[in-house]
Design a protein around this ligand. Structure first.
Ligand code: RIB
Ligand code: CA
Length: 346
């Protein structure tokens, strides 16, 4: 089986971290490069987070490139309250000793699609700034990519950043509109896959999932994240990947709990990553997707025209249904297996 070439654009991020671990754990995926944009935390911290996760997992020296440190037009906003001061919750990863690439993320995108026309899946789990800049420089990019998968938006569903906008789109709505417009006109089977909050908020990581992942990894003792743990509790897992993953998601679960969503974590990004290599994990509905830019209250809202009311061809395959537990069984088996291999090789 030839692995699928993935260009992974991120704002790491606790759930971006889980997406990276999932891709590293998946033989179907070959990460060509990781391109970093500001979002959850500033782009340089995003890049350092990825270098440190890669080193922790004993991964090859995959290129990690710095991209846009600010949105196209909007003022930069970050969300350390959601993802922690460094973007990885309570995790404190060993310094990788690895370096950020000399190439700009936009150039990495353009070089990758030119070198591998029709073979690369672009997976974006952060704001779309880098991709928008790449499309501006290489208008053929949408047709040179095999497919685009985006975690972003909220379709007939509430936002998580404003009442109607989702974080990745809200950070840079101008970039999102440029991308959705540029990816119009592709054949239906190559229309961008969009995983919005309408589906990713059904993908709820619970403490029992983390405990199961620890068991698969052979980690001891049992990994327990309890809502009433004392503040500052950290994992004592014997397995380093389990330990740092648990510290990361503990912060995220506390955030969801204090925002009345329960002691759980919506893991948007690993779900989008799974759709990149196993699209059959969801069902999709064609729509014409566009982004509101001018609304005083609604800027950053993603709108899906399901019925062709705008008279425009569909430009997206919006993920509309999935079996969350089937995803978690797959995710736990993959990432638990990675964690076990990391421990066995150290
Ligand atoms: O709205 C959720 C998305 O915004 C996720 O990708 C999360 O990491 C943040 O980037
Ligand atoms: Ca993200």
């Amino acid at each position: 089986m030839t692995p699928q070439k993935i260009l992974f654009d991120v704002d790491t991020g606790i759930d971006d971290s889980l997406a990276l671990l999932y891709l590293l754990a998946s033989p179907e995926a070959e990460i060509l490069a990781i391109t970093c944009t500001s979002g959850n935390v500033p782009a340089r911290q995003v890049a350092l987070n990825n270098l440190n996760w890669l080193a922790l997992c004993g991964a090859p020296e995959i290129e990690v490139a710095l991209g846009s440190e600010v949105p196209l037009l909007a003022p930069l906003m970050t969300t350390e309250e959601t993802h922690g001061p460094q973007g990885i919750g309570y995790a404190e990863l060993p310094d990788s000793g690895r370096s950020i690439s000399d190439r700009h993320a936009t150039q990495v995108w353009i070089d990758a699609v030119r070198a591998h026309p029709g073979e690369v899946i672009g997976l974006v789990t952060g704001p779309l700034t880098n991709l928008a800049l790449a499309v501006r420089l290489e208008p053929e990019l949408p047709r040179l990519l095999q497919r685009l998968v985006v975690m972003g938006g909220a379709f007939d569903y509430k936002g998580n950043t404003t009442p109607v906008s989702e974080w990745n789109i809200a950070v840079d709505p101008d970039a999102a509109k440029l991308v959705f417009d540029a990816f119009s006109g592709l054949p239906p089977e190559r229309a961008p896959i969009i995983a919005g909050l309408n589906i990713t908020e059904r993908v709820e990581l619970h403490p029992h999932h983390v405990a199961e992942l620890g068991r698969v990894a052979g980690s001891e003792p049992e990994e327990v994240i309890a809502a009433d743990d004392a503040p500052g509790t950290r994992s004592h897992a014997s397995n380093p990947v389990v330990r740092h993953l648990s510290d990361a998601v503990r912060f995220y679960m506390e955030f969801h709990l204090t925002h009345d969503q329960g002691h759980l974590a919506h893991v948007h990004d690993p779900f989008a990553a799974a759709l990149a290599i196993q699209p059959e994990l969801a069902t999709y509905r064609a729509a014409t997707v566009d982004v509101e830019l001018g609304g005083t209250l609604s800027r950053g809202q993603t709108i899906a025209d399901w019925a062709g009311l705008w008279g425009r061809e569909p430009n997206a395959a919006v993920a509309v249904d999935t079996d969350p537990e089937a995803f978690f069984a797959h995710f736990i088996e993959r990432v638990g297996g990675l964690a076990r291999r990391v421990a066995e090789s150290s």
